[in-house]
Ligand binder design. Structure first.
Ligand SMILES: [Zn+2]
Length: 145
C-alpha cells in the first residue's frame, strides 16, 4: 500500500458509498490499488509475474511460487470478514461526528458487538498511526491478544 486512504470524504452519502464500495469486487479492486498501485509485486522475491489461484483468489508468484493474499500483512488480514464489511465500518466510523459505539456499529454491520469492537479498535489504531505521521505500510499487523 503506497498511501493510506482509509478515510472517506466527509458527507459522502450512504447511497453514494454503496455505489462506490457496495460490492466485494469494488473493495478488492480498491485494496489492490492501495497495495499494488503499479501492479502485483511478490513480497518475497519482487517478481511481478503471477497468476491468481481460485477459489481463494490467492496471488501466486511465477518467480518463487509463493502465494499471498490481497490482504496479507494488512489490517484486513486474519479476519473472516468481507472487505465490504471493513469498508462499511470505516464509513460509519468516519461519518459520525461523535463517534459510534460498538453496539451501534455491530447493529449497522450485522455483526456481533465483539466483532464490531475489534473492527473499531483496529481501524482507530490505524487512523491514529496515520495521524501521527506514519504510513500504513504493507506489513501492519495488529494482534488481537
Ligand atoms: Zn516471488
Amino acid at each position: 500500500m503506497a498511501r493510506n486512504k482509509v478515510q472517506f470524504q466527509k458527507g459522502l452519502s450512504e447511497a453514494e458509498f454503496d455505489r462506490l464500495y457496495g460490492t466485494e469486487e469494488a473493495c478488492r479492486a480498491i485494496v489492490y490499488s492501495w497495495r499494488w498501485a503499479k501492479g502485483f509485486v511478490c513480497p518475497v522475491c519482487g517478481d511481478t509475474r503471477h497468476c491468481v489461484v481460485k477459489p481463494r483468489q490467492l496471488f501466486q508468484c511465477t518467480g518463487c511460487g509463493r502465494q499471498t493474499s490481497l490482504t496479507a500483512g494488512t489490517i484486513f488480514a486474519q479476519t473472516h470478514l468481507l472487505l465490504r464489511t471493513w469498508f462499511r465500518a470505516m464509513y460509519h466510523l468516519t461519518q459520525s461526528k461523535g463517534g459510534i459505539s460498538s453496539i451501534e456499529l455491530g447493529r449497522r454491520l450485522g455483526v456481533t458487538q465483539t466483532t464490531a469492537w475489534k473492527l473499531k479498535h483496529k481501524l482507530m489504531q490505524v487512523m491514529m498511526e496515520r495521524d501521527a505521521g506514519k504510513r500504513l505500510g504493507g506489513r501492519i499487523e495488529i494482534d488481537d491478544a
